[in-house]
Design a protein around this ligand. Structure first.
Ligand code: ARG
Length: 467
C-alpha cells in the first residue's frame, strides 16, 4: 500500500468542482487502475486523436485546438514509449494521466478533448482495440502452430503408433494422423478467433456516458478512422458490454485446454516407460539432484497456464454477473484478467510451437508399442466379417477368444499359429496374417478422416490451402 498522504490533500482536478476533499488513501488504492491500464496508452491516444479529429471536422472544436491536441498527444505517445512519462496513481487511470499531461503541454485546449465523450465509452474503446489486436496476434500464432503440425504430420504420415482410448492401447494409428487431430483443434480455435474479431468489430466511441450525446458527432467517421466496420448501435449496451473480453477469455480457455492436452501427451510420451519422443534440450531442464533426468518443464508449464486462463474466464464472468446496466466500476476488474491470460496464452502457443518443431519422434518405440496390446484385434474381427461372412458380434466373440489364447501363451495375435486360430474358428485361413500387422491395419483405414496414410495426406493437403 502506498501512503498517498501528500497526494490526497487536494480535491481531484477532473471532478473537483463537486468534491471538497481528496480521496482517502485507501480509496485511492482501491480506485486506481493506472498500475495495469497503462498498457492501453497507445489505444487511448489513437482513440483520442480520432475523436478530436472528428470533433474538429464536425465544427465542435476549432481546427486550431484540434491541432494542438493531436500534437500534444503525439508528444505524450513518444514520452510514454521512451519511458519518460511519469504515471501518477493520484490520476487514477490511463485516461486521466494522459489528459492531465495534455493540459500541462497545451493548456486549456486540452479540456476540449473530452467534449461528447466519457471515460465509459473511452475505456470501452481502448480495451476493445487492445483485445482486437491481441486476437489478431493469436490468429497469426495459431497459424504458426498449425504449420508446425502440418510439417510433422507430413513427415510422419506413415509412422505407426498406438491409438488410445482410456489411455489403453486401442488400434494402431499413424503419428501423422494424431498430429492432424491437433490441427483440427487449433484450426477451430483460429476460426473462433476470426469470428470474435468480426463480432467485436464495432466502435464504442461516441456512446458517451451511456445515453449518447447532443453534440453533432459523426460516429461513423471515428469508427472508420479506428479501423472498425461500423459504430455500435446502442449506447447503453456499448458502455455495459464486456462480451468481447469474455469471448477472448473463452476462446483462450478452450485453446489453453487444447494446449494442455497436448502438453500432457508430451509429458507422457517423453517418460522412459513410453519413450515415444525425445525432448530437445531447448525445451527441457535437468534435475539439480538426479543427473539422469530430463524434465518436460515447458510442457508442464503450458499445462499449468491453462489453470490461470480458465480462472480468468470464471473471474470475469463472475464480475459481470448481476451488474445492472450501464457502466459500473466493477468493470475495471476486466483488464488484469485479460492481460494476464493474453500473456499466458501467447507464451503457451509459442512454447508449444517450438516443442512441436523440435521434438524427436522415436518411430521404433512407437511401432513396437503399436504392435503390442492386441491392437489389431479389431482387424481380425473385421476380417472375419469380410472374408468368413460372420456377423460382427460373432466375429467380436471369436476374436476375444483368440486374444485370450494369445494372452495365455504370452504372445501377440500374429504369433498364434494357423492351427491355434482354426481351433477357434475353422473358416480362418492363413490370409488372416495379412491384416494382423500394424502397417496393414492403418493402411486399411481409408474411410474419410481415417488414419490410412493416403487419407492423412489428403487432409494435410486440404489444410495447406486453408491458411
Ligand atoms: N478506469 C476505468 C475503468 O477501467 C475507466 C472508466 C471510469 N468511468 C467511470 N465512470 N468511473 O473502467
Amino acid at each position: 500500500m502506498g501512503d498517498g498522504t501528500s497526494e490526497t490533500k487536494s480535491s481531484n482536478q477532473m471532478w473537483g468542482g463537486r468534491f471538497a476533499q481528496g480521496p482517502a488513501a485507501i480509496m485511492e488504492e482501491i480506485n486506481a487502475s493506472i498500475g495495469f491500464d497503462k498498457k492501453l496508452f497507445a489505444q487511448d491516444i489513437r482513440g483520442s486523436i480520432a475523436h478530436a479529429t472528428m470533433l474538429a471536422h464536425q465544427g465542435i472544436i476549432s481546427a486550431d485546438d484540434k491541432d494542438k491536441i493531436v500534437h500534444g498527444l503525439d508528444t505524450i505517445l513518444s514520452e510514454i514509449e521512451s519511458g519518460q512519462f511519469e504515471f501518477s496513481r493520484r490520476l487514477e487511470d490511463i485516461h486521466m494521466n494522459i489528459e492531465a499531461r495534455l493540459a500541462t503541454l497545451i493548456g486549456p485546449a486540452a479540456g476540449r478533448l473530452h467534449t461528447a465523450r466519457s471515460r465509459n465509452d473511452q475505456v470501452a474503446l481502448d480495451f476493445r482495440l487492445w483485445v482486437k489486436e491481441e486476437l489478431q496476434k493469436c490468429e497469426g500464432m495459431l497459424t504458426g502452430l498449425i504449420a508446425a503440425f502440418l510439417d510433422r504430420a507430413e513427415e510422419h504420415a506413415e509412422t505407426v503408433m498406438p491409438g488410445f482410448t482410456h489411455l489403453q492401447t486401442a488400434q494402431p494409428v499413424t503419428f501423422g494422423h494424431h498430429c492432424m487431430a491437433y490441427v483440427e483443434m487449433f484450426g477451430r480455435d483460429r476460426a473462433r478467433v476470426r469470428h470474435a474479431i468480426e463480432h467485436m468489430d464495432e466502435s464504442p466511441i461516441g456512446a458517451a456516458a451511456l445515453a449518447g450525446t447532443g453534440f453533432p458527432i459523426d460516429r461513423h467517421m471515428t469508427a472508420r478512422a479506428l479501423g472498425f466496420r461500423e459504430p455500435t448501435r446502442n449506447s447503453i449496451d456499448t458502455v455495459s458490454d464486456r462480451d468481447f473480453a469474455l469471448e477472448f477469455l473463452s476462446i483462450a480457455s478452450i485453446c489453453a485446454v487444447h494446449l494442455s492436452r497436448l502438453a500432457e501427451e508430451i509429458v507422457i510420451w517423453s517418460t522412459p516407460q513410453f519413450g515415444f519422443v525425445r525432448l530437445s534440450d531447448a525445451f527441457s531442464t535437468g534435475s539439480s539432484i538426479m543427473p539422469q533426468k530430463k524434465n518436460p518443464d515447458a510442457a508442464e508449464l503450458v499445462r499449468a497456464k491453462t489453470g490461470r486462463i480458465n480462472g480468468s474466464l470464471i473471474a470475469l464472468l463472475t464480475v459481470m454477473k448481476g451488474l445492472p446496466l450501464a457502466y459500473s466500476k466493477d468493470m475495471q476488474e476486466d483488464k488484469e484478467q485479460v492481460f494476464d491470460s493474453a500473456e499466458s496464452l501467447e507464451l503457451a502457443i509459442a512454447a508449444m510451437t517450438g516443442m512441436v518443431r523440435d521434438i524427436t519422434i522415436r518411430a521404433d518405440r512407437m511401432k513396437a508399442a503399436a504392435g503390442s496390446g492386441y491392437s489389431t484385434a479389431t482387424d481380425l474381427a473385421d476380417w472375419l466379417v469380410r472374408e468368413a461372412g460372420l456377423p460382427f458380434r460373432d466375429a467380436h466373440h471369436v476374436t476375444g477368444r483368440a486374444v485370450a489364447l494369445a494372452e495365455q501363451k504370452a504372445c501377440e495375435l500374429a504369433e498364434l499359429s494357423l492351427a491355434d486360430l482354426q481351433a477357434i474358428h475353422p473358416d480362418i485361413t492363413d490370409k488372416v496374417f495379412g491384416v494382423l500387422t500394424v502397417e496393414a491395419s492403418v493402411a486399411s483405414r481409408t474411410s474419410f478422416g481415417g488414419t490410412a496414410p493416403s487419407e492423412v495426406r489428403k487432409q494435410i493437403a486440404w489444410w495447406r490451402t486453408r491458411n
